[in-house]
Write a protein that binds this ligand. Structure first.
Ligand code: ATP
Ligand code: MG
Length: 246
């Protein structure tokens, strides 16, 4: 594949595309992942390829929710792994959350490939290869999950999740943090907290915000959570996008 020169004005965007395409060729990303990525790019363009104020607010609230979690889990799919493996692993270590591979187009080869991909980059608690539970209300292949992971989690970080499954997790009583740059998607609208931002910006920012919470007490953290209203924040995202356009 042709390397993109760093001087190219669309360097960051093209580099991400190359990662996704390489992921498809290596069998880590489903073909539909290309289309999902393209939809994400379109929203990023509308945002001016930067984290909006509402994205910063959501990220702070998400950090607060993660520090209060007893059993947090990070759900990983092909797109998220190839775009942000290192940062996801760092986050997983910071909050003591396993990474659970959770695929919409589940194949055993892709699960094995992604497990290896994450482990080669330093992950030591990767779940998903041996699912022993099901998420209720979802058809079989898409419902598989692990008892020590998603099934018994109280807070789940679900970057780029399908709307149906994101809703099924909420119906199970889970608190969810969705990272989805589309503020109108079903995943975004059903989450406890939606970070409507591009994944590779959102994870490092979340890590930074978690660091920043170290000197906050429990009352401060509870207040941050109580003050956050997800649907209101998504409305702000839509307003910020339209302001960016005018
Ligand atoms: P839903 O199922 O929630 O109604 P959808 O069907 O529109 O949404 P999916 O294809 O299920 O979307 O999931 C892909 C979502 O991930 C899209 O909404 C897209 O905007 C978003 N997305 C893709 N790539 C990124 C990225 N790098 N960062 C953030 N969001 C992204
Ligand atoms: Mg969908």
């Amino acid at each position: 594949m042709m390397a993109v020169p760093k001087s190219h004005p669309r360097y960051e965007s093209l580099k991400k595309r190359e990662l996704i395409i390489k992921g498809v060729k290596e069998g880590l990303v489903a073909e539909a992942g290309l289309i999902a990525h393209g939809r994400g790019e379109a929203f990023d363009y509308l945002m001016g390829e930067r984290t909006l104020p509402s994205g910063h607010r959501a990220s702070l609230a998400a950090a607060a929710l993660l520090v209060t979690a007893k059993h947090p889990v990070i759900s990983v799919n092909g797109n998220t792994a190839v775009l942000a493996a290192e940062d996801l692993i760092l986050l997983s270590e910071m909050i003591g959350a396993p990474l659970e591979i959770n695929l919409f187009y589940r194949t055993e080869e892709r699960i094995a490939g992604l497990t290896k991909y994450l482990e080669e980059r330093g992950a030591n608690n990767v779940l998903g290869a041996n699912p022993d539970k099901q998420i209720p209300g979802i058809d079989h292949a898409r419902s598989l999950c692990c008892d020590e992971g998603i099934f018994s989690a109280d807070v789940i970080l679900v970057p780029l999740e399908d709307g149906d499954r994101a809703k099924a997790l909420v119906d199970m009583g889970k608190k969810t943090i969705v990272i989805d740059i589309n503020p109108m998607s079903r995943s975004s609208r059903t989450a406890t907290i939606t970070i409507a931002d591009e994944l590779t910006r959102a994870i490092p920012l979340l890590i930074q915000n978690l660091e920043g919470l170290k000197d906050k007490n429990e009352a401060d953290i509870m207040k941050m959570l109580a003050d956050f209203d997800n649907l209101d924040n998504l409305k702000r995202t839509e307003q910020e996008i339209s302001e960016n356009l005018s």
